[in-house]
Ligand binder design. Structure first.
Ligand SMILES: Nc1ncnc2c1ncn2[C@@H]1O[C@H](COP(=O)(O)OP(=O)(O)O)[C@@H](O)[C@H]1O
Ligand SMILES: [Mg+2]
Length: 363
């Protein structure tokens, strides 16, 4: 396949100069489903990149396109109903349009996923040891015995006590947190370079959540794994991510280093998300405020800025600018935001905005 035929977005050449290509490079990704109610553009013009050994947090409310993005990276969308455009390069290899056999080979061995719900992701009919061993054997074709040993070794790595004995147990015999550890063990058994963790701690209580995040950080230190951590909770990524991308209605609305986005959020949506999570670093109890309203249906995304019907700041701009014109993602010092309020001259024409537009959008 010629990657040029599928790379419809800004090419990696448009990025600001700086070293070689990143390990994971997503450019102008779009994912569209055909449904009975019409086309659903679940991801639109999304770009981000990730270096080896680093963590990118992708944050947004339910329905913002986070899982659709991760499934696109892994090539797991149903091809008959889904149109994936743009470019996803893993270590220089184009994944958009790659054939299924190639993607299957890469899944597990080079990239792996931890899902939110370990109970549905694991089979109830096989012991966890057998499931990890089977995954390992599929990629390495080693002996059953070696695969069984690998499974026990992986269970030990993720902190399951008595791994030799527990390998023989079935998923329902584990607590939620321990099951999530089993999922991580399975994802890591073939030493993937990229781990996508999609809401890995959402179903867990706060203490177990912290343990799982700590485990991911340890694994990353040891194996130099690149991690995409997906969550609806900005609080979760504070301690673990290097960079953060905030998604709204399938698009990136803010993107930067964790310090930039959490300490100096520029998009009203990011600020709203921050006010809706408890601050662990705050001595005083600041009352939590959920973002008012709810995310739009992707069958009827509002014109202009998709967030404008919920935005408390839009009145600051004249002539319903936010309702009329979609703000472009503009970066300054690696901190990108798509908001008219942040633009130096919000009333500039889209053409003049173009010259300032960040094409890489990557911090
Ligand atoms: N297979 C599909 N067919 C049609 N619409 C889908 C499909 N998968 C996801 N969507 C829609 O895409 C949007 C984004 O979904 P998703 O990525 O799962 O959100 P989240 O950010 O909560 O992970 C949702 O509106 C969802 O309904
Ligand atoms: Mg999801």
């Amino acid at each position: 396949m010629n990657p040029a035929t599928v790379n419809t977005g800004p090419s990696t050449d448009d990025r600001a100069a700086g070293g070689g290509a990143p390990f994971l490079d997503v450019r102008d990704l779009s994912v569209r489903f055909s449904t009975e109610d019409g086309p659903v553009q679940a991801v639109d013009g999304l770009s981000f990149s990730l270096e080896r050994g680093r963590t990118l947090g992708i944050v947004g409310e339910s329905g913002s396109g986070k899982s659709v993005t991760s499934l696109a990276v892994l090539g797991l969308h149903d091809r008959a109903r889904t149109r994936v455009g743009g470019s996803i390069r893993l270590d220089g290899v184009e994944l958009v349009g790659a054939d299924e056999a190639r993607l299957r080979g890469l899944r597990g061995s080079r990239m792996a996923m931890v899902f939110q719900d370990a109970l549905t992701a694991l089979s109830p009919y096989y012991s966890v040891g057998d499931q990890i061993a089977e995954t390992y054997r599929r990629h390495t074709r080693c002996s059953r015995r070696a695969a069984g040993e690998r499974a026990v070794q992986m269970l030990a790595l993720v902190g399951i006590p008595s791994p030799q004995t527990r390998a023989k147990d079935y998923p329902h015999q584990f607590s939620g947190g321990m099951r999530q550890r089993v999922m991580i063990a399975m994802a890591l058994c073939c030493d993937p370079d990229l781990l996508i963790a999609d809401e890995p701690t959402t179903a867990l209580d706060v203490t177990v959540q912290a343990q799982i995040l700590e485990l991911l950080a340890e694994v990353q230190q040891q194996f130099h794994t690149s991690i995409v951590l997906i969550t609806h909770d900005l609080g979760v990524i504070a301690g673990i991510a290097d960079d953060v991308l905030v998604m709204y209605a399938g698009r990136s609305v803010e993107h930067g280093s964790v310090t930039q986005v959490l300490a100096e959020p520029r998009h009203p949506y990011t600020r709203g998300l921050l006010e809706s999570v408890p601050r662990l670093d705050s001595a005083v109890d600041v009352p939590l405020k959920p973002v008012p309203g709810s995310p739009p249906s992707l069958l009827a995304v509002p014109g202009g800025c998709a967030f404008h019907p919920r935005c408390q700041s839009r009145a600051q701009l004249p002539d319903d600018l936010c309702g009329r014109l979609r703000p472009e993602l503009v970066a300054e010092g690696g901190h990108a935001v798509a908001c008219h309020l942040s633009a130096a001259d919000p009333l500039a024409t889209p053409e003049s905005n173009d010259t300032r537009r960040n094409q890489g959008t990557t911090p």
